[in-house]
Design a protein around this ligand. Sequence first.
Ligand code: NAP
Length: 483
Amino acid sequence: MVSRVIPVEPFDLVIFGGTGDLARRKILPALYRRFCDGQMPSEARIIGAARTQQSAGDWRGWVGEALEEFVAAARREPQTVAAFLERLDYLAVDAKGDGGWQELCDRMREGVVQAFYFSVAPSLFGDLAERLHQFGIARADARIVVEKPFGTDLASARALNRTLSEYFSETQIYRIDHYLGKETVQNLMAVRFGNVLFEPLWNTQYVDHVQITVAESVGVGGRGAYYDQSGAMRDMVQNHLMQLLCLTAMEPPSRFEPDAVRDEKLKVIRALDPVLPEDIVRGQYKASDKGPSYREDAENEASRTESFIAMKLHVANWRWNGTPFYLRTGKRLKSRKSEIVIHFKEPPHSIFDEDAGSRANVLSIRLQPDEGIDLRVTIKEPGPGGMRLIDVPLDMSFAEALGADGADVPDAYERLIMDVIRGNQTLFMRGDEVEAAWAWTDPIIEGWTKRGDRPFPYDAGSAGPEEALMLLHKDGRRWREIG
Ligand code: NAP
């Protein structure tokens, strides 16, 4: 399989927060991999910016170490690494002061794409936008990339949108949700809208229910204090799970273009019914041999923040009326697994004997690990003994199907950063989408806060609290196994 790499235009990419964790683990390794695949023109340049006073050489050394840690050895040929590091420059810049800004202005070039990655705490986004404007650095066609979290509620998201829009137009703002950059998530659209097979069945008449799971095996560990201010609802549901729900439930856009896709996603969020208290289960993991309890990790013995949430949602429109969407996400669960699972209804009438069994088709879209798509279909169990039905998978693992080893499936950040350079906003969230998601989230959080609900404790390494299993049991359904 020959990969088709489309080169991008020459660019200046400034990474604010160039000395931070995200830059080290994700952004710089992603850029390096794109460089290896020949996607970076020779005039492309990456400038790290942060308060730390250091030379460009020092920063290159640090980036080299990051590549050693986060890029597979097979892709780290010394000449290639050296050629990549030559593209890097560094400037000490303070988002809250005047230091470094004039130098940054002087280093920007005309005639190349200009992109500024805000990989810093959200409280600095406004300062960066203002300084880029004040020092005349950002051109009218410059792009800014904004990391999550985009606000902590509707009011703060609105305020952030307002601040950014003082200096940048919506077409310049790229709000990242890295789930949208995953190969499988885009494949969800390819499967739905590139085949005639699924779309006629993609509605309440044929779909019994949908499950969206993002399970993590790790706890909140070192970021417990930060996490305790947020919880699974704000950290995962409002953004990542909501985006997956939107792509699953949306109407076909007229074209695969930014606003056409984002208009349809927005309609899904606006069609969500308020969630009933009995359709929400929150949990906190207990202490185990895997580590301390959530409350110990959060250093807050009285914490009521959830490290797990499961909920049942209804999309109130013609397509989905009567088909529940079950969402769940949590920390310290049985394994790391993210998937969207479409459970189709059973055939309306069975022509086989009662003991043949009955089966429903299940389509699962795996985001991690091992990105791929699996459709379970019913066949006859081979051999004598009459007609007995079993279900077997038609499985497409991308790594296998594309003849690549797992490491060659591009990382979400690789695609998203290149989309920024290309000026393609399809896989980025629009301001009104983010606000609509918060407008849906806020009353849910207010509701459990007012009621004084406490999260249920759950065993580390489990599938969450018992009560979450009951959420489906009472509807006569079962969650898919996590691992
Ligand atoms: P981090 O490790 O704390 O890094 C913060 C960066 O900001 C550092 O490079 C720091 O460098 C710089 N910085 C701090 N104050 C500054 C100032 N006044 N002016 C200029 N630079 C300043 O944070 P991170 O984990 O990389 O996260 C960055 C952003 O990505 C955050 O919005 C976070 O929520 C988001 N995010 C991170 C992850 C992740 O896995 N890490 C995942 C999703 C989203 P100096 O100290 O040298 O100034």
